[in-house]
Ligand binder design. Structure first.
Ligand SMILES: Nc1ncnc2c1ncn2[C@@H]1O[C@H](COP(=O)(O)OP(=O)(O)OP(=O)(O)O)[C@@H](O)[C@H]1O
Length: 265
């Protein structure tokens, strides 16, 4: 037996009703192409992400997971609807204000890390804060470095690091400014299971100890098991929501996955 909430109830749960949201989508659609090639990557999705929670986003390939993350984090524009980060409506911000909001309040961990090849690991980690004219809190910087296991590699350049170590630099870079929200797209995709588990535990601690909010796209039920809740997407809709997931529960849900087109909002 899974403990997932039926899709119809999930729809109700996903409708924005509280004011403590770190982020929310309000009737968001994202359409790619036109005519015969038109794709509704997101189709009238409304969802609220409460502050201080770790949310995993799962679903079949092409269901809209990355699109949801990109729209939610202001990396991509929406075709219709509104996107809120706290009380800021991203669809109303000009490019400069959107860039500033992303820089000051959001952290990103994506599959391609875009480390600067000429900078050391430490310089890469602190670069976004340096650009913003801010200094990292030394204690927090130390904790981040130790947690991601980079203490012995701080002077190395990306080419001198393994793929896993480069990913850990990218994680540290996203975490060091203590952003309100961290958006992660398959953050442990190329890490071995031990290194991946360390990153996931660290993200979970950021949420539970420091009140940060993490939204993570993953295909891995074990990774989703670290989250507080899982949103399941299919065909551009949120079709289910699982509270207090475990890897086993998520795996069973994925195995039984029967995409429906339950409408949100
Ligand atoms: N730039 C684009 N142009 C046209 N169609 C796109 C574009 N980006 C995404 N799509 C389409 O939108 C839908 C959702 O894509 P998205 O990448 O969000 O899915 P996903 O769930 O993240 O998939 P995966 O698990 O394979 O990464 C897919 O049908 C995809 O082909």
């Amino acid at each position: 037996m899974t403990e997932t909430i039926p899709a119809s109830a999930a729809a109700d749960l996903a409708v924005p009703t509280r004011t403590t949201a770190a982020a929310r989508l309000e009737h968001v659609s994202k359409v790619y192409g036109s005519g015969d090639t038109k794709v509704f990557a997101l189709d009238d999705v409304s969802v609220e992400l409460e502050a201080g929670r770790f949310t995993a986003v799962m679903g079949p390939s092409g269901s809209g997971k990355s699109t949801l993350l990109h729209c939610l984090s202001g990396l991509d524009s929406v075709t219709a609807g509104h996107v809120w980060i706290g009380d800021a409506d991203l669809t109303k911000l000009n490019d400069n204000r959107l860039t500033k909001l992303r820089r000051d309040r959001l952290g990103f961990i994506f599959q391609s890390f875009n480390l600067v090849p000429t900078l050391t690991a430490l310089e890469n980690i602190t670069l976004p804060m340096a650009i913003a004219g801010r200094r990292p809190d030394p204690e927090w910087l130390d904790r981040v470095i130790d947690t991601v296991g980079l203490r012995q590699r701080l002077g190395h350049r990306p080419a001198q690091l393994s793929g896993g170590q480069q990913q850990r630099v990218a994680c540290a870079r996203a975490l060091v400014a203590r952003p309100d929200l961290i958006f992660a797209d398959e953050p442990t995709g190329n890490l071995d299971s031990r290194a991946g588990a360390e990153i996931l535990r660290f993200l979970r601690d950021c949420v539970h100890d420091l009140g940060q909010t993490v939204v993570m796209v993953t295909h891995d039920p074990a990774a989703a098991g670290y989250s507080d809740q899982v949103l399941f997407l299919a065909d551009g809709h949120i079709v289910d929501r699982m509270a207090d997931p475990s890897a086993d529960k998520v795996l069973r849900r994925m195995q039984n996955f029967e995409p429906t087109t339950t409408q949100e909002g």
